[in-house]
Structures are given as structure tokens and as C-alpha cells.
Design a protein around this ligand. Structure first.
Ligand SMILES: Cc1cc2nc3c(=O)[nH]c(=O)nc-3n(C[C@H](O)[C@H](O)[C@H](O)COP(=O)(O)O)c2cc1C
Length: 206
């Protein structure tokens, strides 16, 4: 049975283009995987912790040698990593904030990138989360498509591909859903924009 891990980070609801497109992806994915399961990890609903001293101290110790504070700090990391390993396909729906990932998505990344668990560390330096597909939908006010001058300011898509590749997730497709500023100024609508990106989103859900 296929499992889709649906990670959402926009704090917006019905007005969020990354959520609108992600919902369309999920519906299409469900149609294509009749008996599949969708696991939602909504980063806007809960506040993940940041990396702390107990987390750093604890991850290099065998679980049974960790202090209570270290165990507490690592618990959520273990939970998020288990979700990642269980998934066949990972969907990340996210805004672009200040040219890169929102803080809640960075907090998720910090919890799942773990030496000896999701990457081997030296000397092999191998990613350990292998055999997954990943689709990333990035909504942005501006347009950062390849070839445009603004593409040089996109510190999000390349970063996400790099960090996911670092933990072994190399089959990654990115849909750059740019241009929501035009909707905010009334020059287009979210529905029109969603229509523009729908074919790429539905194709990624095959
Ligand atoms: C705090 C903040 C920072 C933003 N930074 C950028 C940015 O650097 N580049 C950009 O093109 N749009 C930026 N935007 C616009 C959002 O990327 C845009 O509204 C996008 O549609 C948000 O995703 P959502 O529709 O899924 O909520 C920013 C918006 C906010 C609220």
C-alpha cells in the first residue's frame, strides 16, 4: 500500500496557492493509488522545536544512554523521521519567504536531517532515506523560472533539492508556482494561477 506524506507549511488557508495546488495533487494521487494512505504533517498547525543543546548532545549517544532532557528533545525528531521512512512519495507544499523556505519548514528539516539515522556521516557520507519520490510545490509572489534574472534570488528550490539529496531523496520534482503578487494586485486570480500550474502538478501525482 503506497503512502503519501503531505507536508504543508503555508499559514494561509483557502488563499494559499501552495495549499490549493497541493490539494489537487493529493486528489489526483489518491485516484492513482486507490488503496493508498495520505499522512498529513501540517507545519502551520503545530510548532516544531528548534535544535537545542540536549538534541545535539543526545543524537550521538545510544538511546539508552540519553538523559531525560535529551530523550524529550529527540522524540519529535524520531517521530518525523519515522514518517519520512514510511512514505513512498513526499509532497512539500510551501511558500517562498524572503527568498527561501519558511521557518517552520526549516525547523522540520533540522529535525529530520540526522547523522547515522537519515545520513551516514563520514566517511561514506551517504543519504539513508532512499527509494522515495518527492514533489515540491513552491508558491511565490514573484516569478523565479529558470532563465529569468530573478532566478538568481531563488534560494529555496536549489536548497530543498540539495538538503533532500543529502539524506538520500534524489528523485525530486519542483513546481515553481510563481506570480501570486499579480493576484494580490488584482491583475489575475488564484484560480487562473492554479490553472496555469495544474498540468505540472497533476503530472507529478502519477
Ligand atoms: C513574510 C513574507 C515574505 C515573502 N517573501 C517573498 C519573497 O522573498 N519572494 C517572493 O516572490 N514572494 C515572497 N512573499 C510572497 C509569498 O511567497 C506569496 O504570497 C505566496 O503565494 C505564499 O504562498 P501561499 O500562497 O501558499 O501562502 C512573501 C510573503 C510573506 C508573507
Amino acid at each position: 500500500m503506497a503512502i503519501l506524506l503531505n507536508i504543508q507549511s503555508s499559514p494561509r488557508g483557502a488563499d494559499s496557492l501552495s495549499r490549493i495546488l497541493s490539494q489537487e495533487f493529493v486528489s489526483e494521487w489518491k485516484q492513482n493509488h486507490g488503496d493508498g494512505t495520505v499522512v498529513l504533517r501540517d507545519l502551520a498547525e503545530t510548532q516544531l522545536p528548534f535544535i537545542s543543546a540536549p538534541w545535539i548532545g543526545g543524537i550521538f549517544l545510544p538511546a539508552e544512554q540519553r538523559s531525560t532532557a535529551q530523550q524529550d528533545a529527540i522524540k519529535v525528531s524520531d517521530e518525523l523521521i519515522a514518517e519520512l521512512f514510511a512514505a513512498d512519495h513526499i509532497l512539500i507544499g510551501t511558500p517562498m519567504y524572503n527568498f527561501t523556505v519558511p521557518a517552520n519548514l526549516k525547523a522540520w528539516i533540522d529535525m529530520v536531517v540526522r547523522p547515522k539515522v537519515t545520513h551516514s556521516g563520514p566517511p561514506e557520507r551517504r543519504g539513508l532515506v532512499t527509494g522515495k519520490r518527492c514533489t515540491i510545490i513552491i508558491a511565490s509572489g514573484g516569478v523565479y523560472d529558470e532563465g529569468l534574472p530573478a532566478a538568481a534570488s531563488d534560494y529555496e528550490s536549489g536548497y530543498l533539492k540539495r538538503i533532500l539529496g543529502f539524506i538520500g531523496i534524489t528523485e525530486v520534482e519542483v513546481v515553481m508556482a510563481g506570480g501570486t503578487a499579480a493576484a494580490a494586485f488584482g491583475a489575475t486570480t488564484m484560480e487562473e494561477l492554479a490553472g496555469q500550474f495544474r498540468p505540472a502538478v497533476l503530472a507529478a501525482a502519477q
